[in-house]
Design a protein around this ligand. Structure first.
Ligand SMILES: [Zn+2]
Ligand SMILES: [Zn+2]
Length: 229
């Protein structure tokens, strides 16, 4: 398990399973927020990193979405840190807990126990409230309740599967059902203009807003193509 310092308050923990898988530890005043939970074998590396960095305890787990490669270590982490709340977007929870099949899939699959994930707090008009040092933004497309997290103080965007990345370039995320909506959601990068972006599958991207026009041009065929694209 590799641990890399991303910024003053953020470390990435990453491993490899056919493709790279990354989760993030965010140092808060009261302990640590874990963004995403990778695959089951990452639990040990995540725990070791929290302990060796001396930034614990684990206070909360926040998910970008509920796909199996983003929630895998939740169960083992909760054995170590009982009662730690797990948050996801309200719209993602039924798919992650197996109440409904993800769009485009025939069968429902339970990736998290029913009743475990709590909805991310929402304010007026459904706007997501800050959680720890992170501002969450709803970015549907890759998954119905996909969320990215902006660490304002460090100006880092933790983008989950909104993009993949390779050699600092933006790539279209794999296993994406609604491609047009994913492109629309990618505009969040233009709005926030983060100095640094991290994705779950691929390396970091500096100044992703500068890369967005090329990305949109390369994938323009998906724009407005609807759910079946
Ligand atoms: Zn995914
Ligand atoms: Zn993924």
């Amino acid at each position: 398990m590799n641990v890399t310092r991303v910024s003053e308050h953020i470390w990435s923990v990453h491993t490899w399973l056919v493709f790279p898988i990354t989760v993030w530890l965010v140092k808060e005043e009261d302990g640590v927020t874990l963004v995403d939970a990778g695959i089951p074998k990452m639990a040990k590396g995540i725990n070791n990193a929290i302990r060796s960095l001396g930034i614990g305890p684990l206070k909360r787990i926040v998910l970008t979405h509920g796909h199996s490669d983003h929630v895998g270590a939740v169960k083992r982490l909760l054995q170590e840190w009982p009662g730690v709340p797990v948050y996801a977007h309200r719209l993602e929870i039924p798919f992650a807990t197996g109440e409904a099949p993800y769009p485009g899939r025939r069968k429902a699959a339970q990736y998290l126990p029913g009743g475990l994930p709590r909805p991310l707090p929402e304010g007026a008009g459904g706007r997501l409230e800050p959680i720890g040092g992170l501002n969450p933004y709803w970015t549907p497309g890759h998954a119905p309740g996909h969320v990215v997290y902006h660490h304002v103080q460090d100006d880092v965007l933790l983008a989950g599967d909104l993009f993949n990345a390779k050699r600092g370039r933006l790539r279209f995320p794999l296993f994406t059902f609604d491609k047009a909506q994913t492109l629309e959601s990618s505009l969040i990068v233009r709005e926030l203009k983060p100095a640094h972006m991290e994705v779950c599958h691929g390396g970091p991207v500096r100044r992703p807003a500068d890369r967005l026009d090329d990305y949109l041009r390369a994938h323009a065929r998906h724009a407005g193509a609807g759910a079946q694209a």
